[in-house]
Design a protein around this ligand. Structure first.
Ligand code: F6P
Length: 542
């Protein structure tokens, strides 16, 4: 169904009214008022269980949200996404990250051009190289097998592979994988520390192959290889880019350059050769399983009704909080130390995709867009920012993720981890009333004066919403499905807000000004800056 503008406006208005009522209601009471609430607000797909019942939306609010998705044309937009139409309107490109992970028998087209053949060829090439490196058939300059990879990239050329490695890496990897993103030379020096250049592979990942941080780090890494191995050091470089000519000009051997197309967004690119270092260090079968998991979520997203669709429902829960309840921040807390990088990955995925202030036609947006996302692994976050989540002045919705099966030896500790995840979601919602706190304190024998002084400090307002996601295990398949879930959640939000989720013009100005400031820090004549900037340049001049 194509968007129906008048209907969309009406539903947005109705949703705003619903939000006013929802903000004042007790979430816990909704379970009493709606006996079948759990069945209404829980769903499962591609191996992920999603509980959205601890949000302040009633059954009718939920119906409104689904109406919004229908009226906004989510289904038609989804069709255009998978059909490879130019939905990235400012760059006139498709957004076809799903094609990268599709089964071999699924044909994708980009602007009408068949692309699945080249994708499958790249996947085979990746698998062959990974197998050859892991077997030692393809080794360093003096024939020694590689024992380490240094992956150099930033943003989408870093965050996804870094997350995948941390989530799936074996305890004693055959090949160690280290990441360098920051222009701060300390990250490269820490990554190279203790490595044998003759047994180290440098993988340079950059869609544009013009990103300053990556080029500076790659140049330093190339010098490190050449210092130890001479010109032959270049043979130990691999490049992944949508600009392969620039990679070859940098000195990467022709047959070690992997390309990908410009219709793969950086923050959506881990499924391409951008994930090559993971395919090598984890093994090609693990990487293929990651792709299969994401493809399973793609199939779910394409086929499930709006009511039973995990990306759609998660988007609606987030939009209800963001827009109907005006909540500008969201926390993400994976109760899995191996997923501690997931919040950082989502910061780019969500805030670089949907941190927009104009719609696809250049008009100021009519609804608030991307929430600010932050988080850390649970239980660590409980000892950092959960005080604010429970008793702060702002209501911050939380995505809590749990993995049913232990991710390491230690059944009792893992059960404790799960208990904390479940209990935090419960505590956020039910809180602790002043009466209950008073009774607790009186039972402890405190004086009346002490009790009254402490009651306000120890009362929990509750009514703090959370989405609860369960992965049965942290397998490559489930990780792929989880990441794809949020990719499509972001897409649905973009459709609801009428924005382009696939460009990122907002990152350009800072880069441009940095190129002006840099020479001034190196001694060039001062440029035309505001007093503060001019003072900072003076103070930091080298
Ligand atoms: O942050 C801006 C950005 O362009 C991201 O979109 C991208 O993932 C990152 O920089 C790195 O870009 P590249 O892969 O071209 O080096």
């Amino acid at each position: 169904m194509e968007p129906a503008p008048d209907r969309v406006d009406q539903v947005w208005r109705d949703l705003a009214l619903a939000g006013e009522a929802a903000g004042a209601r007790s979430i816990a009471d909704l379970f009493r008022l709606e006996p079948d609430r759990l069945s209404q607000f829980t769903l499962e797909g591609a191996g992920i269980y999603l509980d959205l019942s601890k949000h302040p939306w009633s059954r009718s609010d939920h119906g409104l949200a689904i109406d919004l998705a229908r009226a906004a044309g989510v289904e038609a937009a989804r069709t255009r996404l998978f059909a490879g139409e130019a939905i990235n309107t400012s760059e006139h490109r498709p957004a076809l990250h799903m094609a990268l992970r599709a089964p071999g028998d699924q044909a994708f087209h980009a602007l009408g051009e068949p692309v699945s053949g080249e994708i499958q060829a790249t996947r085979r090439r990746m698998g062959d190289l990974a197998t050859a490196i892991r077997s030692g058939a393809h080794g360093g300059g003096n024939g020694q097998a590689y024992e380490a990879i240094v992956h150099i990239g930033i943003g989408g050329s870093d965050l996804g592979p870094r997350l995948v490695w941390e989530a799936l890496r074996p305890l004693s990897p055959q090949i160690d994988l280290r990441f360098v993103a920051n222009i701060d030379p300390s990250e490269l020096s820490m990554a190279l520390d203790g490595l044998n250049p003759a047994r180290t592979l440098v993988v340079i990942v950059s869609k544009s192959f013009t990103t300053q941080e990556t080029l500076i780090n790659a140049t330093a890494a190339r010098s490190w290889l050449r210092a130890a191995l001479g010109a032959g050091g270049d043979q130990q470089m691999i490049a992944v880019s949508a600009a392969p000519d620039l990679a070859r000009a940098f000195g990467v051997p022709e047959d070690q350059v992997f390309g990908f197309r410009d219709w793969v967004g950086g923050r959506y690119s881990l499924w391409s050769a951008v994930g090559l270092s993971c395919a090598i260090a984890l093994g090609p079968r693990v990487f293929e399983a990651l792709l299969e998991g994401a493809a399973a979520m793609d199939a779910h997203f394409q086929s499930a009704s709006l009511e039973a669709n995990l990306p759609v429902q998660l988007a609606l829960a987030h939009v209800f909080n963001r827009n109907a309840l005006n909540r500008p921040v969201r926390a993400v807390v994976p109760y899995a130390q191996r997923l501690r990088l997931f919040p950082a990955f989502l910061q780019q995925l969500e805030m670089e995709s949907n941190g927009k202030r104009v719609d696809k036609l250049g008009r100021p947006v009519r609804h608030l867009t991307a929430a600010s996302v932050f988080g850390d692994a649970g239980t660590n976050g409980q000892h950092a920012f959960f005080q604010a989540l429970h008793q702060g002045t702002d209501v911050v919705p939380v995505d809590i993720l749990a993995v049913a099966e232990p991710m390491a030896a230690g059944e009792a500790a893992h059960t404790g981890l799960l208990a904390n995840a479940v209990a935090q979601a419960e505590a956020l919602m039910v809180g602790r009333s002043a009466d209950r706190v008073r009774a607790d304190l009186e039972q402890q024998g405190l004086s009346a004066a002490e009790v009254e002084a402490l009651v306000p400090q120890r009362t929990f307002p509750g009514n703090r919403p959370s989405s609860f996601l369960i992965l049965d295990c942290l397998s490559p398949e489930r990780l792929g499905a989880l990441i794809a879930l949020y990719e499509h959640k972001v897409f649905v939000e973009g459709v609801l807000w009428g924005i382009n989720s696939f460009d990122q013009w907002g990152v350009e100005l800072g880069k441009r000004l940095a190129s002006v400031v840099l020479p001034e820090l190196e001694g060039a004549a001062a440029g035309d800056h505001d007093p503060s900037t001019a003072d900072l340049i003076r103070r930091l001049k080298r």
